[in-house]
Every structure is written in structure tokens, then in C-alpha cells.
Design a protein around this ligand. Structure first.
Ligand code: NI
Ligand code: MN
Length: 222
């Protein structure tokens, strides 16, 4: 069970097991943000890469809340320089935490930091499994990830230009085979315009997944 709130662009908050997990907390300067870096809560912050629209307010939120940042080694080194607490991982790494486990997945995208690599996350909280791809192209090993994990909820970018577009993301949903699919990384700026209703219809026509389109600030319980 988890409550998932879309905070705009690529930022999600997941509440599960009495803990709050924040993904890619870009709130300041995010045209879609419905909350601010001063008020959002977090116990863990998962950061997929260091582009400003993903790393965002990570350091400030982590320092204010005492949250642990989970990301790649290079980003955690930067976090620690900024006085935020972090746990370094890397692609292919899987580790148990008090809430369950995290698996760091590949993402085909820029790292935004020297020597780094963009990633995604599969997070399991007391048996509820969510896959957040980060910014990425479509890649065939999403099928492998869907085979080795039982994914309840799949968060996927649909805006094109920097990531998958609607049709690539529908194919990704087919590969992953999750119960629920939620789109992100669209309509923040004109360069990543996409129609989430077109995505919803195509997912439901072409896959066995249910698609949930969340407006910024909106939540769903899964
Ligand atoms: Ni990016
Ligand atoms: Mn991005």
C-alpha cells in the first residue's frame, strides 16, 4: 500500500509504512509545483541524476528534514559537501533498508555531474514495489526488470525530446507489466509537450496495466 502524490514534472512523493519518500524534488522554479521546498516532508530522497530539474532542492530539503538522500556515488559526494546526509549506491546495486529495499536501475541519459551516470530506482516498501525510471530512453532491459521484480506501479516519462515520448512509454509499459502506470516529465515547458490522455488510452488499449494520470498536487492510493 502506498499513497503517491505527483508534485509536478518528475517529482513524486510516496507515503508508505509511515515513511515519506521523495523522488527528484525539483520545486523551486518548477512551473507545475504545488508545494515548496520549505514545506515538503521527507524521510528519504531518491535522486536519479544531477540535472537541475531533478536534483532541484535536494540539499535544502535534506538539511531541513534530516532525510537521507539515496543516489549514485557522485551525487552523494556532492550532497555531503553541502551538509546533507546520503547513502551512495550505483547501477545494478540492490540494498536492504529499514523499509524494504532499493535497486538502482540503468537510465540512458546524461548524469549532470562529472563521472556520474543517470539512473532510475525500483523501491520496495513492505512488499509494495514501485519503478521510477528517471529520465531515459526506451531500453529492452525494462523487460528484464519487469521479470525479476513484481512491479505494482511504474512511473514513466512521456514528454519526448529529452526522454521517451508517448509511444515509447507505452512500449515501456508493455515491457514492465506493472499493475499501474503513471506518466511524468511532460507539459512543464513547451519542449516536452505531450497529451497524457492519449497516453492513458494507448496504455489501456495495448497493455494490461491501468494508467493513472495525476495533475500536479493530486494523489492516488495504490
Ligand atoms: Ni535530465
Ligand atoms: Mn529532466
Amino acid at each position: 500500500m502506498a499513497k503517491i502524490t505527483f508534485l509536478g514534472h518528475a517529482c513524486f512523493q510516496m507515503e508508505s509504512n509511515g515513511q515519506v519518500f521523495l523522488f527528484d524534488p525539483f520545486l523551486t522554479d518548477n512551473p507545475l509545483a504545488t508545494t515548496s521546498a520549505d514545506e515538503v516532508q521527507a524521510d528519504y530522497i531518491l535522486v536519479s541524476h544531477a540535472h537541475a530539474d531533478h536534483l532541484g532542492d535536494t540539499y535544502d530539503i535534506a538539511k531541513r528534514t534530516g532525510a537521507t538522500v539515496i543516489s549514485t556515488f557522485e551525487i552523494i559526494q556532492e550532497c555531503e559537501k553541502h551538509g546533507a546526509k546520503g547513502h551512495p549506491m550505483h547501477i545494478g546495486g540492490k540494498r536492504a533498508f529499514d523499509f524494504g529495499y532499493v535497486r538502482v536501475t540503468p537510465a540512458f541519459h546524461g548524469a549532470g555531474i562529472a563521472g556520474g551516470h543517470a539512473c532510475g530506482f525500483i523501491i520496495n516498501v513492505k512488499g509494495f514495489t514501485l519503478y521510477f525510471t528517471g529520465d531515459t530512453s526506451l531500453f529492452g532491459d525494462m523487460k528484464l526488470l519487469g521479470d525479476i521484480e513484481r512491479i505494482n506501479t511504474f512511473l514513466v516519462p512521456i514528454g519526448g525530446n529529452f526522454t521517451m515520448d508517448v509511444d515509447d512509454a507505452v512500449y515501456a509499459a508493455k515491457l514492465v507489466g506493472a499493475n499501474h502506470v503513471i506518466p511524468f516529465h511532460y507539459n512543464t515547458w513547451p519542449l516536452i509537450t505531450a497529451d497524457p490522455e492519449e497516453f492513458r488510452e494507448k496504455v489501456e488499449q495495448n497493455t494490461a496495466s491501468k494508467c493513472i494520470v495525476l495533475a500536479p498536487g493530486e494523489s492516488t492510493e495504490l
